[in-house]
Design a protein around this ligand. Structure first.
Ligand code: 13P
Ligand code: SF4
Length: 330
């Protein structure tokens, strides 16, 4: 059954019959349809376990760019599925729940950026991958947290740059590269929640622990970190460093992979400043469930579509990023 029939039947979140072995069924459907499941480290552990590939934003884009699958299922958020569609316009790109948005991407509407660009015609635009396809069409180079520093440094020192949309990542990049990029005033609601207070509390309780932080965190939090990096870089650091205990200031989904790679080490998620929850979770990433993944493979819907012109224009800025990242790896 495809999208039209699904809609006709009024299915939004079709219940799965009891007794269905979701993991086996998902893998069987993938084989039958030549589909690949990509998942971000922030998704639920059961999604990460069933995915063919788990990675950070950069690795997911690289993986999509080289896949031979006919169908890509992006267990992540909407901008990630759009990135896959831009890279693979001929493939079917599915997102298990179309409501999986991103507060950071939402903080930069394309029309506002277009207006700002017009007011600053001599500036280049560097945009974080956490942006809509429409924003990417206005961008010179896209970056992820894995390659942002190198991409910025690939510009001449005196290049005038607008960096959008994450003010925290932008601030951090200005500090480490010595640039003075103009920063868009956006942020990720999850990383914005990490506080100096909670980290100091945890450091007092576990003085031997090292603090790992994602650059989407505020500058005060980053100042307390022993290591700042993208999700993939944080994972690598935790694996290679001899410290036995880490305080982790990023979305808590990453603890699943950390614990898998380093079973002897202890990882403590930094809780938000307020509320009873013990960890910070991205509600958008958590919208990906095994049931929705299964249904989306069965019905090949929800499907992410983009017009050809948007794909072509947005692709230039992503290709430029992939090119610079490839050179970094050489
Ligand atoms: P990375 O995957 O680049 O670490 O970014 C984290 C993030 O916020 C994804 O939405
Ligand atoms: Fe967006 Fe933040 Fe969620 Fe990442 S963690 S998808 S930046 S809202």
């Amino acid at each position: 059954m495809l999208k039209e029939e699904w809609l006709e039947k009024g299915f939004i979140d079709e219940p799965v019959l009891p007794g269905v072995d979701l993991k086996n069924e998902i893998r069987r459907l993938c084989e039958q349809k030549n589909a690949v499941v990509l998942a971000h480290y922030y998704t639920r552990s059961e999604i990460q376990d069933v995915a063919h590939f788990v990675g950070d934003s950069l690795a997911l884009a690289q993986q999509a760019a080289k896949t031979s699958a006919d169908v890509i299922v992006m267990c992540g958020v909407h901008f990630m599925a759009e990135t896959n569609k831009i890279l693979c316009p001929g493939k079917k790109v599915l997102l298990p729940d179309l409501n999986a948005g991103c507060s950071l991407a939402d903080s930069c509407p394309a029309d506002e950026l277009a207006k700002y660009k017009q007011e600053h015609p001599d500036y280049k635009v560097v945009a974080y991958v956490n942006t809509s396809a429409a924003v990417k069409t206005l961008t010179d180079v896209v970056v992820t947290s894995s390659n942002a520093r190198e991409v910025i440094e690939s510009f001449p020192k005196d290049e005038k740059i607008i960096f959008a949309p994450d003010r925290n990542l932008g601030n951090y990049l200005n500090a480490v590269t010595g640039r003075s990029m103009m920063l868009w005033n956006g942020c990720c609601h999850v990383h914005e929640e990490f506080s100096v207070e909670k980290i100091v509390e945890l450091k007092n309780r576990y003085p031997d622990a090292k603090v790992l932080a994602h650059p989407e965190c505020k500058s005060g939090v980053l100042a307390l970190a022993d290591y700042v990096g993208s999700t993939a870089a944080i994972l690598k650091f935790a694996q290679n460093d001899d410290t036995a205990r880490f305080i982790v200031a990023t979305e808590s989904g990453i603890l699943h992979e950390m614990q898998k790679r380093c079973p002897q080490k202890e990882f403590i998620p930094v809780p938000p400043l307020t509320g009873a929850c013990a960890c910070n979770e991205c509600a958008y990433m958590r919208l990906n469930t095994l049931e929705k993944l299964y249904n989306c493979l069965r019905y090949e819907w929800p499907c992410v579509e983009l017009d050809e012109d948007t794909c072509l224009k947005a692709r230039r800025s992503i290709d430029r990023m992939l090119e610079i990242s490839e050179n970094m790896q050489k």
